[in-house]
Design a protein around this ligand. Structure first.
Ligand code: WTA
Length: 650
């Protein structure tokens, strides 16, 4: 890959923010952005120190940034704080105490509103329950829950104690729980009987039970009653949330934690088979998510903000809970599917709660567009003032649809580029300060120094594409991969070790406006509906089936999901594929990883195209899957007839 990452898109439309928006925006013009950006790069310690003062610290830091042992950076060293305190207690002696912190809606239509005071009480109770179950500072707690308020309560309770939460997306399988529990030696699990999804119950507790048969480190399981389906409770290990919560005090002072105390682990896909446990710590992550929320979502305490992500992904961590509550805004949480019971569900909710800021993914926008313009047209979306997107590059048509049919041409759109690893948004436009450009993320946020470089670390001229790197540390950056400093160095820092640059894994270029256009991943990671999946993970899952001898997985362009998954499979012992094999293998992958990783297409083949040294040539398969004529070099291919046969079958 690399010297020639192609880009064909040339977009020249610019959309200036509406005057009414600019009038009340936190940052109103480009000059203010330029000045603050300049300062953040020239004097990062001065800048971040000043920003951090907006939050509560039990003890002020001695040093803003310690760069003595790269890539192990430390932020706000010597300072002590607590993110749960900053999300809750900090608001209790202000008018915000009785305003809504969380407005929640379940898929069946039930509603709950938790004020800051009420949320605080619940979080304190949960912290007391967790303490009774032996959870202490540093204990790893896995959370496998539907999108219910108890999920927010559980994570804030862990943070309050200083326990490290590891949230596992509710759509993952029992096997995914086992891997994550083992990797971090998890001691307690918080789950629910089930969650609602498209009218049926996702049996979460059953998946936990299956997983824990292989996880002896887990001593306690706390179970929220949500769907009231029958579940087995293991005596001594399993405890009902409502029973335990009723018996404890609603007071639990937030622990004074070191700024570098670990806050959470979140697993994400890489280019090898094993998910990476991204570790975030307390102080820097808190300052980063607080500040990005404040300026990029232009968040005010009177905003009703809705991010449609699941908390099982980083977007939900940073921009449903931590960054939003730290700003004292109201965050909306929704449990279910966007098309249940009808395709207007999201717009009905925007209308019902008078949502002001709305943040979603391009894949969702493409689905909305497909469902028809008349769907959002039925609702009053006049409360909206700002829209955002995240997760993958947004195609300009989808951007225009969002602008026209949801923003009604009156809302700026922020296209926010970031990663699980970065903790917070890195590249975007600031909504009141600069125009947006369809398909382009924008400019670096404060303190972020991006560059486009070649494989050899040469900076590419403006307009040329290459590897996107970040040339300086930033507060919300990952601290390591849990338990694996070596892999952390290797994956992100070894390529440009001399220069000390962070390798993002994305290809990008700067356009003539200086805006950063993200092209996509340059490694074996595919982006399905805005979620990162490693091709190797899916391959390992396929190969673990007795039917399969060998598998190669690639992404291909997909109208709604962005990328679909195509698997090329050779069957064991030269068996011929039967009619049921495709479905059997799709289900097998769902069981190993989760439904999200099910291949869209499985193509059986007698052999896979390989190099003479035996490496599968995925780049050639990518073209076959996309149905495009390959202009790629095939000279290293061992047997061209395999490729020709696959092409002919397309
Ligand atoms: C991609 C999600 C283009 C990118 C927050 C990145 C994007 C990966 C954008 C991280 C965007 C995310 N434009 N591409 N606005 N946002 N990506 O860890 O490839 O789930 O590296 O974090 O998603 O995915 P992750």
């Amino acid at each position: 890959m690399s010297k020639s990452i192609d880009h064909v898109l040339e977009e020249s439309r610019l959309f200036e923010p509406p005057a009414a928006f600019v009038k009340n925006a936190a940052i109103k013009d480009r000059a203010t952005y330029d000045r603050l950006y300049q300062e953040s790069i020239e004097d990062p310690e001065g800048f971040w120190g000043r920003m951090a003062e907006e939050l509560h610290w039990f003890r002020k830091w001695d040093r803003v940034l310690n760069e003595d042992h790269p890539p192990f950076y430390k932020w706000f060293e010597g300072g002590t704080t607590n993110i749960s305190y900053n999300c809750l207690d900090r608001h209790l002696d202000s008018w915000r105490k009785n305003k809504a912190a969380i407005i929640w809606e379940g898929e069946p239509g039930d509603q709950r509103i938790l004020t800051y005071q009420e949320l605080h009480r619940q979080v304190c109770r949960c912290a007391n329950v967790l303490r009774e179950l032996g959870v202490e500072q540093g204990t790893r707690v896995a959370i496998y829950m539907p999108m219910v308020p108890e999920l927010a309560i559980a994570m804030l309770a862990c943070a309050r104690i200083g326990a490290i939460h590891s949230i596992i997306f509710g759509g993952f399988s029992a096997n995914a729980i086992v891997d994550r529990v083992h990797d971090a030696s998890v001691e307690a699990v918080i789950t629910a009987d089930g969650g609602w999804r498209r009218g049926s119950v996702l049996p979460l507790k059953a998946a936990v039970d299956e997983a824990l048969e292989r996880c002896p480190t887990v001593k306690n399981v706390l179970v929220v009653k949500r769907t009231e389906n029958e579940v087995a409770m293991v005596e001594g290990r399993d405890h009902w949330w409502h029973e335990r919560m009723a018996k404890v005090s609603d007071d639990y002072p937030a622990a004074e934690l070191d700024a570098e105390a670990p806050l959470y682990i979140l697993y994400t896909s890489g280019s090898t088979g094993k998910p990476k446990g991204i570790l975030h710590s307390t102080g820097g992550y808190m300052v980063g998510t607080y500040l990005t929320s404040k300026y990029i979502f232009d968040l005010k305490e009177e905003d009703t903000y809705w991010c449609t992500a699941d908390i099982g992904w980083v977007t939900g961590h940073s921009y449903i809970i931590y960054g939003i509550l730290a700003n004292g805004a109201t965050t909306v949480m929704y449990e279910g599917a966007p098309n249940h019971p009808h395709t207007g569900r999201f717009w009905e909710m925007v209308d019902r709660y008078k949502v002001t800021v709305f943040y979603t993914a391009p894949t969702a926008i493409r689905a909305f567009a497909k469902w028809g313009d008349d769907v959002p047209a039925k609702y009053d979306l006049g409360s909206l003032r700002l829209l955002g997107t995240v997760g993958e590059p947004i195609n300009p048509e989808a951007w225009m649809w969002y602008h026209k049919h949801i923003g009604r041409e009156g809302c700026p759109i922020v296209d926010t580029w970031w990663q699980t690893e970065t903790g917070g948004i890195m590249i975007t436009t600031l909504p009141g300060a600069m125009p947006a450009k369809p398909g382009s993320a924008g400019l670096p946020f404060f303190g972020v120094k991006p560059a486009i470089v070649t494989e050899d670390g040469e900076e590419v001229e403006t307009g040329g594409s290459g590897l996107l790197v970040i040339q300086c540390p930033w507060p919300s950056m990952l601290r390591t991969l849990y338990g694996d400093d070596q892999r952390f160095r290797e994956v992100y820092w070894s390529k440009f070790e001399k220069q000390g640059w962070y390798l993002t894994g994305d290809g990008a270029y700067f356009d003539k406006n200086g805006y950063c256009m993200i092209i996509g991943r340059i490694d074996d990671v595919i982006n399905v509906s805005g979620h990162r999946l490693g091709t190797m993970e899916i391959e390992s899952a396929l190969v673990s089936s007795p039917l399969v001898a060998e598998a190669a997985v690639v992404g291909f362009p997909h109208d709604v999901k962005g990328q679909g998954i195509c698997a090329f499979v050779t069957l064991a012992a030269g068996a011929q594929p039967s009619e049921t094999d495709t479905e059997t293998l799709r289900e097998h992958v769902a069981k190993e990883i989760g439904a999200i990783a099910k291949p869209d297409i499985i193509r059986f083949t007698d052999a896979l195209p390989k190099t003479r040294s035996g490496k599968i040539m995925r780049r050639l398969l990518r073209d076959v899957a996309a149905g495009s004529d390959s202009k790629q070099d095939t000279t290293t291919l061992e047997d061209e007839s395999i490729l020709n046969k696959l092409r002919a079958e397309t």
